[in-house]
Design a protein around this ligand. Structure first.
Ligand code: ADP
Ligand code: MG
Length: 134
């Protein structure tokens, strides 16, 4: 378990950008943590690092936004069934796809065990702790 403390939103964004250098093909990256913990900030860095073409609008009102082979899902207001209806099984079995999920705990039953989990915690105004499960 690797744990990193960031001292600004820029640092969290950069961490996401660097994380994109890993081989993430076919991977589901679960970003877990409370509101304001930095999930979207990290996701936007990750999207940039993966070369996804912006703008990186928050998917909060979209459920899922697709950037070429990269998907950004916000499961805050949805249930597992409605995500399945988006073609979830097909999306996650395509090894070319990379799927970023905010609020994965809401749809835990459809998250495969191979998923990467990253946990975000609010420490103080500009500080966040970010832990990786691998
Ligand atoms: P979430 O998606 O988890 O709800 P966001 O990334 O949308 O969180 O929001 C995090 C908020 O906290 C942003 O307004 C960001 O500017 C601010 N912030 C302050 N410090 C940090 C930090 N170290 N990492 C990430 N965000 C930070
Ligand atoms: Mg968010």
């Amino acid at each position: 378990m690797k744990k990193i403390i960031t001292a600004s939103a820029e640092e969290t964004n950069k961490l996401g950008k660097d994380f994109a250098k890993k081989n993430l093909g076919g991977k589901i990256i679960c970003l877990e943590g409370d509101l304001g913990a930095g999930k979207t900030t990290f996701a936007q860095g990750l999207l940039a690092g993966l070369g996804a073409r912006g703008p990186y609008t928050s998917p909060t009102f979209l459920i899922m936004k697709k950037y070429q082979n990269v998907y950004h899902l916000d499961a805050y207001r949805v249930d597992a069934e409605s995500v399945l209806d988006l073609g979830w099984e097909e999306i996650i079995t395509d090894e070319n796809n990379i799927i970023i999920v905010e609020w994965p705990e809401r749809i835990r039953k459809i998250i495969p065990t191979k998923a990467i989990w990253i946990k975000f915690k609010w420490i103080e105004k500009n500080k966040r702790s970010i832990s990786f499960n691998n």
